[in-house]
Design a binder for this molecule. Structure first.
Ligand SMILES: *Cc1c(COP(=O)(O)O)cnc(C)c1O
Length: 337
């Protein structure tokens, strides 16, 4: 295993040995190629550069208590990348190709898979981009699908500690019938100004509201949102949020733990009624929130300085399944070895 101080890893790029690539040309996908270069060469008129034909995924591989390496629900990421590809008219990498490429990226970089108990994991970043040249606004005829891997620590430097969010009504992340439900590059470009401002003002990120009326909670930065009250797990239903696989898993875990699960619109004022609120995603895992401030009115919603009992239970259960210490009864893990 690589000699890395796993405990002090943050969430960022880290050079590993190999990446895996596959090209779409003449109407079909080629063979998976293994590459050790960090660079991509492409045509200057590639559609990714002008018209944003770009989608990505994010998932993690973990070294379990038994030493075996598990990827968490990669078929769900494959399905979502296909949906994103359809959303911006790109060639779709078939599910099996997607999972095979991910497995290969993990195996080839096995020495970078952090040890059990380190709190770190191997983050996989599959990307799909239009590489074919176009000058008019049309989809490319050629695409590159690739997967690279980086060992990562926690997304928020606080780790499993509460973080603060800001409601900003002067920016929207995604329009009601726009691309918010796809993991496509443009959405993240559109969130940078408000996100960086939130960070500068002392918050982890923004809470985005539904763009049409700014009444309901959509997302917590690049993570989904959930609130807990009366033994119920509540998470927003909206056409413009990214369907988080972590959230999907937490809904199931909450149900397995005997909680009720509600997917519905969540009015901002309801924040006052939640016993616990949190952001969730592959990178954020479960990040409890202890403060949400409306930037415009100054209205403040607060929760305890320590993670609440339900968020803690959900976090520990999800982590236990990923680490192989809790039974994986829904068969979410895919073994790499
Ligand atoms: C990736 C992402 C999430 C989290 O999805 P996971 O599948 O749980 O990683 C949530 N919101 C946005 C905007 C995202 O890009």
């Amino acid at each position: 295993m690589e000699n890395i101080d796993w405990g002090s890893l943050g969430f960022g790029y880290y050079k590993t040995d190999y990446n895996v690539r596959c090209y779409y040309r003449n109407g079909k996908w080629g063979e998976l190629e293994v590459c050790s270069s960090e660079e991509i060469t492409m045509h200057m008129a590639a559609t990714v550069l002008h018209y944003g034909q770009a989608a990505f995924e994010g998932m993690k591989a973990f070294r379990g208590v038994d030493g075996r390496i598990r990827m968490f629900r990669p078929y769900e990421n494959a399905k979502r990348m296909i949906s994103s590809a359809q959303g911006v008219m790109m060639a779709e990498p078939p599910e099996e190709l997607f999972v095979e490429a991910c497995k290969k990226a993990v195996k080839l970089n096995e020495r970078f898979v952090p040890p059990y108990g380190s709190g770190a994991s191997l983050y996989l970043r599959p990307i799909l981009i239009g590489t074919g040249a176009q000058v008019g606004v049309h989809p490319a005829k050629e695409y590159l699908f690739m997967v690279f891997a980086c060992p990562v620590g926690p997304y928020f430097k606080e780790g499993f500690k509460p973080v603060k969010f800001q409601i900003a009504k002067d920016y929207d992340r995604a329009a009601p019938f726009g691309t918010g439900k796809y993991k496509v590059g443009g959405n993240y470009a559109a969130s940078l100004v408000s996100g960086e401002r939130a960070v500068k003002e002392g918050y982890s990120n923004c809470i985005y509201l539904n763009a049409a009326t700014h009444e309901f909670i959509d997302e917590a930065g690049a993570a989904n949102f959930f609130g807990i009250k009366n033994n119920t797990y509540c998470t927003p239903q909206s056409s413009s949020i990214l369907p988080s696989i972590t959230n999907l898993s937490l809904c199931q875990i909450a149900e397995d733990l005997g909680m009720k699960v509600e997917r519905r619109q969540i009015p901002v004022e309801e924040l006052a009624e939640f016993e616990e609120v949190a952001a969730c995603g592959t990178a954020a895992v479960v990040s409890p929130i202890n403060e949400i401030v409306d930037r415009e009115t100054g209205k403040k919603y607060t929760w305890g300085a320590e993670p609440g009992p339900v968020s803690t239970k959900l976090y520990n259960t999800l982590k236990g399944i990923q680490d192989g210490t809790i039974e994986d009864k829904h068969n979410w893990n895919v073994f790499v070895d």
